[in-house]
Design a protein around this ligand. Structure first.
Ligand code: NAP
Length: 254
């Protein structure tokens, strides 16, 4: 006999930011496969993700939003709640990276990355937590962190600062909200083949050096991340709070 209902997302509605491509798309498809309804939020067309989820007979609603605009971000959760319905989960996936030697990093490269990866993620957590607790509901937040929540990296100072910060926010919100039934956790993807890592993969030397350090002997695919996210959104993880789970082919274990 097998009962996997604790891992199901049947009847759950989950907002995923940056669900049009890469890791966010993989997460959205995994949520739909687990029975959940995806509210796909981003600034680009969700057509590809809608087609993948539609082909599975899954549920997705697209909602256009520039997540760099903090005024819009502040009302996003309430708008979705009113127009689409209550949310059971939030996945803060949208993120950007800027590569430059630290001596050359511009103010804009600092501000844009911190504003989106850290401030927008915090504002969405805050609005989701506020709405969920005001209604006495249970809720799940999954923040997409990084290996650079734990390590320094090279030529990505603002990104590393943002992802260290996101891990800290994951922990403080878990401390504040665990008792109210809101679980806040994070996933730290390893090196994944997406737009984010295009420059690294185009650099033969860097790409080979990275691959040589990955125990699984391959770069990750965007679809490798969704399973762990589904776990953190499902009943099975109800006693998991403030954790960051690496999904990195073993990188951090080296
Ligand atoms: P990606 O393909 O570049 O995806 C980034 C996503 O963020 C896209 O959907 C992008 O939308 C969205 N986004 C960026 N700025 C936005 C804005 N102002 N408004 C709305 N959406 C915006 O890269 P990815 O690898 O899938 O990245 C997803 C997350 O995983 C990021 O938080 C990243 O830091 C994290 N991560 C990635 C890796 C990796 O190796 N790839 C490793 C660790 C962590 P557009 O397509 O419209 O730009």
């Amino acid at each position: 006999m097998s009962d996997l209902s604790a891992f199901s997302l049947d009847g759950k509605r989950v907002l995923v930011t940056g669900a049009n491509t890469g890791i966010g798309q993989g997460i959205a498809v995994s949520i739909a496969k687990a029975g959940g309804e995806v509210v796909a939020v981003g600034r680009s067309s969700m057509g590809e993700t809608e087609a993948r989820i539609g082909a599975l007979g899954g549920k997705i609603i697209a909602h256009r939003c520039d997540l760099g605009d903090h005024a819009t971000v502040k009302t996003l959760i309430r708008d979705v709640w009113e127009k689409i319905g209550p949310l059971d989960g939030l996945v803060n996936n949208a993120g950007i990276i800027r590569r430059a030697d630290s001596v050359d990093l511009t103010d804009a490269d600092w501000d844009e990355v911190i504003d989106l990866n850290l401030k927008t993620s915090f504002l969405l957590c805050q609005a989701f937590g506020r709405q969920t607790m005001a209604e006495g509901r249970r809720g799940r937040i999954v923040n997409i962190a990084s290996l650079l929540s734990f390590q320094g990296g090279i030529r990505v100072a603002s990104y590393t600062a943002s992802k260290h910060g996101l891990l800290g926010i994951t922990r403080i919100l878990a401390n504040e909200w665990a008792g109210a039934g809101v679980n806040v956790n994070a996933i730290a993807p390893g090196y994944i083949e997406s737009n984010n890592t295009e420059a690294l993969r185009a650099d033969g030397g860097r790409s080979a050096a990275i691959l040589a350090r990955i125990p699984a002997n391959r770069w990750g695919k965007p679809d490798d991340i969704g399973g762990a996210v589904v776990f953190l959104l499902a009943e099975a993880s109800s006693y998991v709070h403030g954790a960051t789970i690496p999904v990195d082919g073993g990188w951090l274990a080296r």
